[in-house]
Ligand binder design. Structure first.
Ligand SMILES: O=c1[nH]c(=O)c2[nH]c(=O)[nH]c2[nH]1
Length: 297
């Protein structure tokens, strides 16, 4: 029997590196970045699988070492996760001949200065910033993102007029809590971007449109958030959302002789509706190869 090796990729996952910027010395004001970096290589690696010859395999250990070294050697670029990811992807593709494509994923954990002190920080767990950089033989893609951004609004959310079949039991509502954990990834149309400023612009557009836009469904809120991002951030060509509908059910308090006008809720954790959508500038501005997950880029 003869078989064919299909898509394959390899690398080091979850290199968790924290860099302290202490340029002014020990007592000066420090800054930190906290990154969880995953690197995947594609290229001429058939022998490693099929014959066992590892001559072309850059070890995953060397891949990890490169990430750690770049936190120092490319310290300025590493101040933003997109900068580090671009430097790494370019390095692997440009200097290791058998690597033809490289994908670098970064989770960036935000820390904020504690009480204005020079060396104390508090982890901001409001969200995790994400980056996926993909370098192929003929293109570079930078996808920025965020996840675990938990948001809730206590009204200005309705859901009714939906399709009903014999299994439909949900009651239409003109008032409800809407809550979700926003996960979003957005593709930039180039690499000449002020990454930090762009991230803040997108975060602000997402949270303000979630809070302000009247909602007839989470689907519509996703559309509103996406269009707000495209309005606010010129470099973004498309944005993809994956948002659970974190259901809050009004509890029947009538057995206790109590009225409950959308006040006391049961916050259910599962199952949850999962609403996903891409909002793009026009029909042709989408590029699936740039996004993670996705193996054969
Ligand atoms: O905003 C919503 N979208 C849905 O598709 C849906 N389905 C459901 O049961 N509740 C909701 N809410």
């Amino acid at each position: 029997m003869s078989y064919v090796l299909g898509h394959n990729q390899y690398g080091k996952a979850e290199v968790h590196a924290v860099r302290v910027y202490r340029d002014g010395g020990r007592e000066a004001e420090h800054e930190i970045v906290d990154y969880n970096v995953s690197v995947a290589h594609q290229g001429d690696f058939e022998d490693a699988h099929v014959t066992g010859d590892q001559a072309k395999v850059l070890t995953t250990d060397a891949t990890k070492n490169t990430v750690n070294a770049f936190m120092k050697e490319h310290g300025d670029e590493a101040r933003e996760p997109e900068g580090l990811a671009l430097a790494l992807a370019r390095h692997f593709v440009d200097t290791v001949p058998q690597i033809t494509s490289c994908r670098v994923n970064v989770e960036a954990f935000p820390w904020e200065r504690a009480h204005g002190t020079p060396h104390g920080f508090v982890r901001n767990k409001d969200y995790v910033r994400t980056v996926t950089v993909t370098k192929t033989p003929d293109a570079e893609y930078v996808v920025s993102g965020l996840k675990d951004l938990t948001v809730l609004k206590t009204t200005d959310s309705e859901f009714h007029g939906f399709y009903e079949d014999k299994y439909t039991t949900l009651k239409p509502t003109k008032d409800r809590i809407m809550a979700t954990d926003v996960k979003a990834q957005w593709l930039h149309n180039g690499t000449d971007v002020d990454w930090g400023k762009s991230f803040s612009t997108v975060l602000d557009a997402v949270t303000s449109s979630f809070a302000n836009a009247y909602s007839y469904a989470l689907q519509q809120t996703i559309w509103d958030m996406g269009t707000a991002v495209l309005d606010a951030a010129d470099s973004v060509s498309e944005i993809r959302f994956s948002c659970p509908n974190n259901h809050h059910f009004v509890i029947d308090l009538s057995p206790f002789g109590l009225e409950n006008e959308f006040e006391v809720h049961h916050a259910d954790d599962r199952p949850y509706g999962l609403i996903e959508a891409t909002i793009q500038r026009d029909e042709s501005s989408s590029n699936s190869k740039a996004f993670d997950p996705g193996q054969a880029w």
